[in-house]
Design a protein around this ligand. Structure first.
Ligand SMILES: CC(C)(COP(=O)(O)OP(=O)(O)OC[C@H]1O[C@@H](n2cnc3c(N)ncnc32)[C@H](O)[C@@H]1OP(=O)(O)O)[C@@H](O)C(=O)NCCC(=O)NCCS
Length: 151
């Protein structure tokens, strides 16, 4: 079941996201940051357990970022990650966003969802505000992927 995140999800979100961040797969999120951005998050719940999450953060009038996508170890490869991304795509459509992007180390996963690779410098400067928190900021290995939602 995919649902919007609630206040009592913050501890699970932190543990899930940071377990992947410790392995260099994504950015760490602090508890303070998670409370602030909680309304951006969707949760995949299975038998009462949080097994996946995905955020959609609005950047500007024409752009939002898919971020902090994570599926718990042992639950990957079951369609949970793609279901979460489809859910935020649907939300982006409802918001009338013309395009969404992500910065990722998993371009093939996003390609399957019809995102296409774009040059990093095609994204607005505001996108890079998170980079100050990233240990790899001078050695960024992420790939920018964009999905256009309007013809
Ligand atoms: C990347 C991740 C979100 C994928 O979620 P998932 O639930 O395992 O993926 P799904 O089961 O929905 O896979 C959907 C499709 O993508 C493919 N896929 C999944 N992970 C992939 C990868 N790393 N590389 C290439 N293809 C991948 C699957 O084989 C599947 O293909 P199919 O439709 O042809 O069968 C998950 O593995 C994860 O949490 N990884 C660690 C954290 C991370 O890297 N997050 C992304 C940060 S942007």
């Amino acid at each position: 079941m995919i649902r919007n995140a609630r206040l009592d999800d913050v501890a699970d979100l932190r543990e899930l996201i940071n377990s992947h961040a410790e392995r260099g797969r994504m950015l760490f999120r602090s508890v303070a940051d998670l409370y602030e951005s909680l309304r951006d998050f969707k949760i995949y719940e299975l038998d009462g357990r949080t097994v996946g999450c995905c955020g959609l953060q609005i950047i500007w009038a024409d752009l939002a970022e898919v971020k902090s996508l994570a599926v718990r170890d042992g639950f990957q490869g079951r369609g949970i990650g793609s279901a979460l991304v489809r859910a935020v795509i649907e939300e982006a459509r409802q918001l009338h966003l013309p395009r969404i992007f992500t910065l990722t180390l998993e371009p093939e996963f996003f390609q399957k969802l019809r995102f296409i690779q774009v040059p990093m410098d095609s994204l607005p400067l505001k996108v890079w505000s998170d980079c100050v928190h990233c240990p790899k900021q001078d050695n960024c290995d992420e790939i920018a992927m964009m999905l256009k939602l309007k013809p």
